[in-house]
Design a protein around this ligand. Structure first.
Ligand code: NG6
Ligand code: CA
Length: 503
C-alpha cells in the first residue's frame, strides 16, 4: 500500500510538472497518408529505412497499439480534429474534391484548444474535410469557411487528395497562383472543359490508371473528377513534398518566439505516388517505397528546423498516419510487382479500408525531450483523444459536447499509463470494438476485399472475435467458441453507438 502511495505521489508530481509546463510546449503533428504499421523501420520494416522517423521513436515513445479513428482519410481527420467518432456523423466518408466543409464552424476543435491558450496555429498539407458552405467552394474567389473557421490561423493545403481535382494549393482561402483570366471549373458529376481524360486518351498518360482515376488528365496523370482552367496554379506532383515541407518549416521559423501548433499533413504515401527525381528508384520498391523515403525526408526537415531553432526540447512532436496501408490504390505504379517480402502492415492483417487491425493500427510516435522519457508503450491510444488530452495539458475545462468521444489520455500519451483506453471503437467499413486485447468486429455482408485493391476488408456475416494477445494477425475467429464474450462486446458496441458521446 505504502509503495503504491509513493508511486502515486511520484506520478502526480510528474503530471503537475507537465501541466505547469511553462513556457507552453509547441506541438507539431505530422500526419502521414496511408502509411502502414510495417512501412517504417522502427516498426520492423527491413527493405526500407526511415532514419528520421526512427529518430523520433528513439528519442520519444513508440506506441505499439496506437490508432487512427478510421480506415480512411476523411473520417480519421474529422475525428482527430473534432474529438467525435466519425461514424456518428453522416457525410464524413471519403469526400469528393468539391465537397462543402464537414466541420461546422461552431464546433470545438483540436486547433481551437490551442488557440484558446494563445497558440499560433497552422495547417500545411492534406485537408480533405471539404471547403466552403453548402454550395461548396468558390475556387475563383474567397474559399470560406475552411481551415480558418476550424481554428487554423494560417493554412496552405491540398484541398482533398493528390488523386482528386482540383490539383491546386489553397493558401489562406485562395487558390495559390491563380490567374483570374483562367478560372477553375470542377465537377464530380460530368466532364467539364476540353482537357483530355485518362479514359479517352490513355496514350497521354505518364502513369496508367488501374481502377477509377480515369477522368481529367493533369500533368500526365488522370485523376478522380473533372477540372478545367487554373493552368498557372496547377501543382507539380514531383515537388509537392518539397513545397509542403518548406511551408511547414517557414511556419515554425515564423512562430519560433511564441507557442505554436502545426498540423502537417503529408501527401506521401498516397496515390499518385510521384516522388521527386532525387528519391525515384532509390528504395528498390518502386514509387511506393520511394515515397516512404520522401515522407521520411519531410520528417527530417522538421527535426532539423526544431534543432536549428533550439525548439526541440520543448516541442511535442507527434508522428502518425491517417489509415493503414494499401498497395494498389488505383494506378499502375509497380507497387504490387516490387513489393517483394515487404509487409506494409507488418504483423497485422488487412490495411486501408479494413476492419482488421491493419486498417487503423498505425505508426504512432510522440517525442517531448524535456518532459518525456524514451520508451515503448503498449497502451491502447487513439488520435480521437488528442483534443481532450491537449485540453488537459493546457489546463482547459471542456464540456461533454466538446469532443464528445475524446478522452483525456494525457498520462498514456506521456508514457505514465501503460493501459490507455479500456474501450475503443475502430471504424472502417464496419465498426469494431477493442476491449483490452480483445477485438470484436460486427457482422457484415459484402465483398471480402476492397474493390480494385488487394486489401482484405475483414467482414463476416456472423461477426468476428479475436484475442490479439495470442493472435495479433487475427487468423482465428473465436466467435463460435466464445459466444458470450462476443455477445457482451456486441452489446457494449451498440451502447456506445446509440449514445451521443462516449465520455
Ligand atoms: C478511393 C480511391 C482511392 C483513394 C481513396 C481515398 C478509387 C477507385 N479509389 O475512392 O484511390 O483516393 O478513395 O483515400 O477512386 S484517402 O486516403 O484519402 O481516404
Ligand atoms: Ca489516407
Amino acid at each position: 500500500m505504502c509503495r503504491r502511495m509513493a508511486l502515486l505521489t511520484l506520478f502526480l508530481s510528474g503530471l503537475c510538472n507537465v501541466l505547469a509546463a511553462d513556457p507552453k510546449p509547441n506541438v507539431v503533428l505530422i500526419y502521414a497518408d496511408d502509411l502502414g504499421y510495417g512501412d517504417v523501420s522502427c516498426y520492423g520494416a527491413k527493405r526500407v529505412s526511415t532514419p528520421n522517423i526512427d529518430r523520433i521513436a528513439r528519442e520519444g515513445i513508440r506506441f505499439t497499439d496506437g490508432h487512427c479513428s478510421s480506415g480512411t482519410c476523411t473520417p480519421s481527420r474529422f475525428s482527430m480534429l473534432t474529438g467525435e467518432y466519425a461514424f456518428r456523423k453522416s457525410g464524413t466518408g471519403v469526400l469528393p474534391g468539391n465537397a462543402p466543409l464537414i466541420i461546422p464552424p461552431t464546433t470545438h476543435t483540436l486547433a481551437k484548444v490551442f488557440q484558446q491558450s494563445g497558440y499560433a496555429t497552422g495547417v500545411v498539407g492534406k485537408w480533405h474535410l471539404g471547403l466552403g458552405g453548402p454550395e461548396g467552394p468558390d475556387w475563383n474567389g474567397n474559399i470560406r469557411p475552411g481551415p480558418a473557421e476550424v481554428g487554423f490561423g494560417e493554412s496552405f493545403i491540398i484541398p482533398a487528395t493528390g488523386d482528386r481535382v482540383p490539383c491546386v494549393y489553397v493558401e489562406n482561402g485562395r487558390v495559390a497562383g491563380l490567374d483570374a483570366n483562367d478560372p477553375i471549373e470542377v465537377s464530380f458529376k460530368e466532364k467539364v472543359g476540353k482537357e483530355p481524360t485518362g479514359r479517352a486518351n490513355p496514350d497521354l498518360l505518364k502513369m496508367r490508371w488501374h481502377h477509377g482515376h480515369d477522368m481529367t488528365i493533369i500533368k500526365g496523370i488522370s485523376r478522380i473528377g473533372w477540372m478545367s482552367g487554373g493552368k498557372a496554379a496547377l501543382w507539380e506532383d514531383e515537388t509537392m513534398a518539397d513545397t509542403l515541407a518548406q511551408k511547414a518549416v517557414r511556419f515554425i521559423e515564423k512562430h519560433k518566439k511564441e507557442p505554436f501548433f502545426l498540423y502537417f499533413g503529408l501527401h506521401d504515401i498516397h496515390v499518385p505516388r510521384v516522388p521527386h527525381p532525387r528519391f525515384a528508384n532509390k528504395s528498390g520498391m518502386g514509387p511506393r517505397g520511394d515515397c516512404i523515403l520522401q515522407a521520411d525526408f519531410c520528417v527530417g526537415e522538421i527535426l532539423k528546423t526544431l534543432d536549428k531553432q533550439g525548439l526541440a526540447g520543448n516541442t511535442i512532436l507527434l508522428f502518425t498516419s491517417d489509415n493503414g496501408p494499401v498497395v494498389n490504390d488505383g494506378y499502375h505504379d509497380d507497387a504490387v510487382i516490387k513489393l517483394g517480402d515487404h509487409k506494409p502492415a507488418g504483423p497485422l492483417r488487412g490495411g486501408k479500408y479494413s476492419n482488421f487491425e491493419g486498417g487503423t493500427r498505425v505508426p504512432f510516435l510522440l517525442r517531448w525531450p524535456e518532459k518525456v522519457k524514451p520508451a515503448v508503450s503498449d497502451a491502447l491510444v487513439c488520435q480521437v483523444d488528442f483534443l481532450a488530452s491537449f485540453a488537459k495539458l493546457l489546463q482547459q475545462t471542456t464540456t461533454r459536447g466538446d469532443g464528445p468521444d475524446s478522452l483525456d489520455m494525457l498520462t498514456a500519451f506521456l508514457g505514465h499509463d501503460p493501459t490507455g483506453r479500456k474501450l475503443l471503437v475502430e471504424h472502417a467499413n464496419r465498426l469494431s470494438l477493442r476491449q483490452g486485447t480483445w477485438k470484436y468486429i460486427e457482422p457484415g455482408k459484402g465483398p471480402k476485399r476492397a474493390p480494385g485493391t488487394d486489401t482484405e476488408l475483414g467482414q463476416d456475416p456472423a461477426g468476428m472475435l479475436f484475442d490479439l494477445s495470442r493472435d495479433l494477425g487475427e487468423t482465428t475467429n473465436l466467435i463460435g467458441s466464445q459466444p458470450e464474450r462476443a455477445k457482451a462486446m456486441a452489446a457494449k458496441l451498440l451502447e456506445i453507438r446509440s449514445a451521443k458521446s462516449h465520455r
